[in-house]
Design a protein around this ligand. Structure first.
Ligand SMILES: [Zn+2]
Length: 211
């Protein structure tokens, strides 16, 4: 048995397809706004959600499923997994998977570790749960509240076929202070207009992997 689970940073393809991914939500306001934009533009995205937010925002999870978005597992409590035992990590993942299944999520549920950090001991857990670990090749650093133009240029600078873009839709910054997602939402509005003009199509993570 391989010790390392499959880590995906981007997908090898010639096709102009990319994935928009959002961590830490869903949030009652910001996620709703993003879903409205995606509905209007017929864009599919992938949301790596936490168990606690699934419990408080069930209606948004149902809306995501209904509108063809993909749901991923971002742990239950969003604690840094580096400090957790393999048993606890397993619990965090299984509890969140269960919540997603109860709401009707079908197919593979991929995992993204909180803060993008994971240690060898956690790799063993991922492997035993047969989870793909989805990372990214385009970090927008939108948790640092940059201007929308900064987020947009970070995306354009690194864009290539098979790219995975990471953004955030929660109402909290990394150090736990309140944040509004105006910049992220404005950046998303811009790229869903512009990238199709450049020939790019937005896919969910599973669609990108299985292209
Ligand atoms: Zn996160």
């Amino acid at each position: 048995m391989l010790l390392f689970p499959k880590f995906v940073f981007k997908v090898k393809t010639e096709k102009k397809i990319i994935a928009l991914t959002f961590d830490d939500g869903p949030h009652p306001e910001f996620t709703e706004e993003l879903l409205d934009i995606f509905k209007e533009k017929n864009v599919k995205a992938t949301f790596f959600v936490t168990g606690t937010n699934i419990e408080s925002q069930k209606h948004l999870i149902l809306r995501m499923i209904n509108e063809g978005h993909e749901l991923g597992n971002h742990s239950y409590s969003h604690k840094n997994l580096i400090f957790r035992s393999p048993g606890k990590i397993r619990d965090e993942i299984l509890k969140t998977d269960k919540l997603l299944r109860e709401l009707g999520v079908k197919g593979a549920i991929h995992f993204r570790p909180p803060f993008g950090r994971i240690l060898l001991s956690a790799c063993f857990v991922m492997q035993s749960l047969k989870k793909k670990v989805i990372m990214w090749n385009i970090p927008t650093k939108d948790f640092k509240e940059p201007y929308p133009e900064v987020i947009i240029s970070r995306i354009y600078n690194r864009l290539k076929p098979g790219s995975i873009i990471v953004l955030h839709d929660s109402g909290l910054s990394r150090n736990g202070k309140n944040i509004d997602r105006k910049a992220t939402i404005a950046a998303v509005k811009e790229i869903v207009q512009e990238l199709p003009k450049r020939g790019y199509q937005f896919k969910t993570i599973s669609e990108l992997i299985n292209n």
